[in-house]
Each structure stands twice: as C-alpha cells, then as structure tokens.
Design a protein around this ligand. Structure first.
Ligand SMILES: C[S@@+](CC[C@H](N)C(=O)[O-])C[C@H]1O[C@@H](n2cnc3c(N)ncnc32)[C@H](O)[C@@H]1O
Length: 486
C-alpha cells in the first residue's frame, strides 16, 4: 500500500507487497482483489479463509475483498465460487488526495502511471495466463469463451468506463525499428510469454469510480490514465481484443490500480440458457452457503427459473439432493437444458456420475411433495418488477410461504429466500409466526435493486395447527363462501 507522497522509481520495479524483486521462478506474495456480490463480502471472505487460508480484508468499496497469496498458490484463486472477477493489485492508496481542479487531478493520474510498481503484478498476470492456458487445454475447445463486458448492472452509484484512446498504428514493423534499449514489454515478460512477439501487447484501462466529490468522470480518468500507460509501456490500446486489462478503481479517496485475472465474470459459469431474471451463480453460491447444506439433505427451489440455484448447489454442495421447479414451461425447458449442458461438461471432464438434481413443473402453492419431507428451501421469488407483479405478490407470498412451511421439516427446516418486495414479504412472514421464524437478513444488490436474502427457520409447530393456520383457514373458507354467494 502506498502513500501518495511516495516517489516511485519510475522504472516499474517497485513492489506491491514484497519489497524484493522476484527472482525468476521463486514464489512471492501479492495482493489479489476480488469483486463479489454486494452484501456477500463476508461470505466470500469466509470462503477464501476456508479454501486458501488467507486473511481477508473487506474493501471500503462494497462488493470487494482483498487477500494476500503466494504466487505458487495462484491456481487456488480460480477455485473460489463466490467471486465474480479477480485482479492482482499493482498499488493502492487509502487516502488519495485528489487535487481541486480536474486538470491537475488528471495530470497527476497520468504521472502516476510511470511511478507504479508494475513488475510483480505483470508477473502474476503472466503466470495466470499460463494457468488459464493449461485449464483451457484441459477443458478443450468448447470451453473457450469470448470476452464479455463486465456486468455493470450490480454497481450501485458506480460509473464504469473504459478508456477511449486513439488507436495507435504501431505494428510489428514499427516495433522492430524501435530502439532495442527501450523495450515496450514490461521487464518481467519474457518474449515467449508475450501473446504475439514482437508485436505489442494490447491493453485497455477500465475505470470504476464511486463518490460524489470527484472533479472528473470515470471516462476522463480512464482516458488520461490509459494514455499515460500507453506512453509508458508503448502498448497498443484495444477496447475489445486486449491482452491486458488495467483497472483503475476509485472509491471516494481510495484508489486501487490492478490488472484483471479473469476475462469473464465467474457468475456466468453454469448457465447457457438464460432467462429474464437469471441469478448470478456467485449470488446463488452465497445463498446456498447460508443454507449450510448437509449430506443427504433434500433441497428445493420451488421457483427456479433457469435452475441457477439448484444447479450451483448440485455442483458445489453435491452431497445433498436438489429439486428445481417452476410453473412456467419455458423456465423448465431452460432448467433442463442448463442441467444437461453441465452434465455433458462433467462427462467430458471426469466421466463422474451425474448431478444430484431433478426438475419438475409445478405451482409453488400446491407442491406435489410430502408434508415435512424437505430440509431446505432456497429460492429467488418474483420481485414483481420484471417477473410477476407487486399486486400478485400479495396473494403469492403468503400462499407460497404456507406451502413451503407444509413441506419443510418442523423444528429443523430452513428457508433462504431472496426478494426485493420487502414490504409484502415482511407482512407475509409476520402473519406466519407459528410456522416461520425470521433468523437474519443479508442485504444484497441484484441488478441495481436493493433486495433482501431472508433466512427463515421452520418452527416446531405442526402444519395446520398453529393459531395463524386456524385463522388463515377460517379466512380462506370465508372467502370461498363469499365468492360462491356473490
Ligand atoms: C425471480 S424468478 C427466478 C429466477 C431464477 N432464480 C433464475 O436464476 O433463473 C421467479 C420465478 O418464479 C416463477 N413463478 C412465479 N409464480 C410461480 C408459481 N406460482 N409457481 C411456481 N413458479 C412460479 C416464475 O416463472 C419465475 O421463473
């Protein structure tokens, strides 16, 4: 971590964590940053501690975590399921003092480019590329995916901007003629590791900015910082077919410069047949962790849409058994296709037996499931915006909570339910105190919407015998009689 007054040595030899330059082949420690679903920072930290054994710092900027890792264990970062994107930190400033005027600030950002300790981060980028190549070879040609633009939808009050530089016309020929002393490749990159030698590396800068006290936009920061990076390394700017993505993350007075280690957000890992409200696999993972699935648990997603939740469960917590259901036939078709895609991928890789998952078309208010036979219900309910309507939710929520209470085991059953229709949900739960007890809520950001993941515990109350049940039963028979009479 740097303070702004640090005078970089200007030759890209400063270090983000280690003060010693790495000797070839010897592992060194770097800081890795990860973007995670907003609200699930602590869940992601828990996963990092569990799988990597590293101490985790939760970023000031929501939706980010940081941890140190030895380069010899870099492969482990790709085993994480709660992270969307990964990057290696080049340098960071906790209290960057931005100048008053836009011109001065942008000029200082430009100077920063040549002072940053790039070498370790570039070495990690190179190592990561060779890891990806190996993973790609194992996966085969089908695994190759095009670069998808990062999902900006989840960023609340955040601007994201790639730099818009004039494309330079530098070619292999121009590079050949360049002064051999002033190599355009960073010192840590051997010629064999460059994507196309002696061609220049292609790069882009992406700026994420949050905070209302900045005199500049993310577009301006990306453009000017990107221009300075280009001058420093003599790389070629390319917004779409880049080898390196430099990240400039600015959150109030925190500035973090990084290099991306993932090309595509890991939240797209399971789904090939998307629906209108497909949930990110990383968010699914967070919700499933809250459920704490145990071996042989029966886990239901009664409104599964594309099946994102039960699929993530069947892959990551595979000693439980999952059933995904939906009343919409298009949704069920998507689920079936998503399941068979993962089955095929699994067979190609390790020929292991199939996934512990099934899918059924049903109505969540009339589940063809035995009373008290389900351990966990995990579902993403219609918010009433893109899916269903707020008006319909007033009927749907109480009715489905009751049916979920019927099928869930009294005393031990759990429900982890996501919704943005908080008012309707809270009202429905409060009317069902004898069957469900609210344990806690995780506030998350789903596509820019502030939503709650509610953890409910099934009380020991017998279904149909709680005071609320008797009251509800009375109400519904009255409604039926009134309808019949009118
Ligand atoms: C928010 S979406 C779930 C999206 C899903 N998590 C995904 O990743 O694709 C809610 C789902 O509830 C389903 N749904 C609505 N009313 C239902 C009902 N009465 N019974 C079963 N499913 C229902 C909708 O068809 C929709 O697929």
């Amino acid at each position: 971590m740097s303070s702004q007054g640090d005078d970089g040595d200007g030759d890209a030899q400063g270090m983000a964590v280690d003060q010693q330059p790495p000797t070839t082949g010897s592992p060194f420690t770097v800081t890795v940053g990860a973007t995670v679903p907003t609200g699930f920072e602590h869940t992601a930290a828990e996963e990092v501690r569990e799988k990597i054994g590293a101490d985790v710092r939760i970023g000031k900027d929501r939706g980010r975590i940081y941890f140190n890792i030895g380069t010899d264990r870099l492969f482990q970062v790709h085993l994480l399921r709660s992270v969307d994107n990964l990057f290696v930190v080049v340098d960071e400033y906790q209290h960057y003092q931005f100048k008053e005027s836009k011109e001065e600030t942008l000029a200082e950002l430009m100077q920063l480019a040549s002072k940053l300790p790039w070498a370790n981060a570039l070495e990690v980028w190179r190592l990561n590329n060779s890891l990806k190549k190996r993973r790609g070879r194992r996966r085969g040609a089908n695994g190759a995916k095009g670069k998808a633009k990062g999902d900006a939808a989840d960023a609340e009050n955040t601007e994201e901007q790639e730099q818009h530089l004039p494309e330079t016309q530098q070619s292999c020929e121009a590079q050949d003629q360049a002064d051999p002393e002033s190599s355009s490749l960073p010192s840590s990159l051997s010629p064999e590791e460059a994507p196309c030698q002696p061609q220049l590396l292609k790069f882009r800068v992406t700026c994420n900015r949050a905070g209302d006290k900045h005199s500049f936009s993310s577009n301006e920061a990306a453009r000017d910082f990107g221009g300075a990076v280009q001058d420093f390394f003599q790389w070629k700017a390319d917004m779409t077919k880049f080898d390196i993505e430099v990240l400039l993350n600015i959150h109030n007075e925190e500035v973090v410069i990084g290099i991306a280690l993932t090309e595509e957000s890991l939240h797209r890992r399971n789904i090939t047949h998307f629906g209108p409200t497909t949930l990110r696999s990383t968010l699914c993972y967070g919700m499933l962790r809250l459920c704490n699935p145990q071996p042989s648990d029966v886990i239901l997603d009664p409104m599964c849409g594309t099946g994102a939740l039960p699929l993530e469960g069947a892959i990551e917590f595979n000693s439980a058994f999952y059933v995904g259901g939906d009343n919409n036939d298009m949704a069920i078709n998507r689920t079936v296709n998503n399941i068979s895609h993962i089955q095929k991928r699994k067979e190609e890789r390790d020929s292991a037996p199939g996934l512990p998952i099934d899918s059924v078309q049903w109505d969540v208010c009339r589940l063809p499931v035995r009373t008290s036979s389900v351990d966990i219900i995990v579902t993403d309910m219609p918010f009433g915006k893109r899916m269903g309507s707020r008006k319909k939710n007033w009927d749907l929520y109480p009715s489905c909570l009751r049916e979920m209470a019927r099928v869930c085991r009294p005393g031990s059953g759990t429900a982890v339910l996501l919704t943005q229709d908080k008012k309707c949900f809270s009202k429905a739960v409060s009317r069902m105190g004898g069957l469900w007890r609210k344990s806690h809520t995780v506030w998350v950001n789903v596509g820019g919407l502030h939503a709650g993941v509610y953890l409910l515990k099934r009380t020991a109350g017998t279904f149909g015998e709680t005071p609320e049940d008797i009251y509800e039963a009375g109400n519904s028979s009255r409604e039926v009689t009134e309808k019949a009479l009118s």
